[in-house]
Design a protein around this ligand. Structure first.
Ligand SMILES: O=C(O)CCC(=O)C(=O)O
Length: 229
């Protein structure tokens, strides 16, 4: 874990540099979650509370409830240490600013916290995929979101296994068929793991929508076998 000075909880906002040279305020949430500090970080290597959803014959999703204990401490440390930046992406012919911040670690060995390497190793052991890189999204509050998409890995691989670890505020995670149809909605809490597998990045689209109900910061830590993306 990091020096306690780096996780001091007094400040309401921290400033971070971004790619476009504007500092990005990172909201702090000194709230109930501080009172409910859930101990030293540790993963459940048995994946005991895993709920599997067969999306169709070739795609699946696993929701592992409470997989990471001590998620509040990890959230605080990541907020203190990760170099979050503002990104843009092309949507058709328009460049749009993403309504969230991102920090990327192409090599998990460079990740700022040892627990992130422990998490990658536990995922590798369980899913049989060598997770070597990660990227972290910060949803500063309920206005931040990610729209419907499939991850880049779906463009280069028929099948993939994509783990996403959530820390902080509970948010809705949606998944729906790429060809159209009803979405499935999961309430993802701090410490929960979502894993999308099979053809889920090709045949399905996922999203974390904006919401009217106020929410504090949430980060999602996404693991990939090679370069993050
Ligand atoms: O934040 C999440 O739960 C999903 C993140 C995601 O889909 C992405 O970064 O591609």
């Amino acid at each position: 874990m990091v020096d306690s000075r780096q996780t001091a909880r007094a400040a309401t906002f921290r400033a971070r540099p971004t790619l476009i040279g504007v500092s990005v305020p990172i909201p702090r949430q000194d709230s109930l979650l501080d009172l409910l500090d859930d101990g030293e970080p540790a993963v459940d290597e048995a994946f005991a509370d895993a709920e599997r959803v067969e999306l169709d014959e070739t795609s699946w999703l696993e929701h592992v409830h409470g997989w990471l204990r001590g998620s509040r401490r990890v959230l605080d440390d990541v907020l203190a240490l990760a170099p979050f930046e503002q990104r843009s992406r092309w949507m058709y012919s328009r460049k749009v600013v993403e309504p969230r911040l991102t920090a990327e670690y192409p090599d998990v060995d460079d990740a700022p916290l040892p627990v992130l390497r422990t998490v990658a190793a536990a995922l590798t052991a369980h899913y049989g995929v060598p997770y070597r890189s990660l990227w972290i999204n910060l949803y500063r509050d309920h206005h931040d979101s990610t729209s419907w998409h499939g991850d880049t890995v779906g463009k280069v691989q028929e099948t993939s296994t994509v783990p996403v670890l959530s820390l902080g505020a509970t948010r809705r995670f949606l998944i729906k068929p790429a060809a159209g149809g009803r979405s499935t909605s999961l309430a993802v809490e701090s410490g929960d793991l979502i894993v999308m597998g099979g053809r889920a990045q090709r045949d399905w689209r996922h999203a974390v929508p904006k919401q009217a109900t106020p929410a504090g910061p949430r980060i999602s830590i996404n693991f990939a076998p090679g370069e993050a993306g």
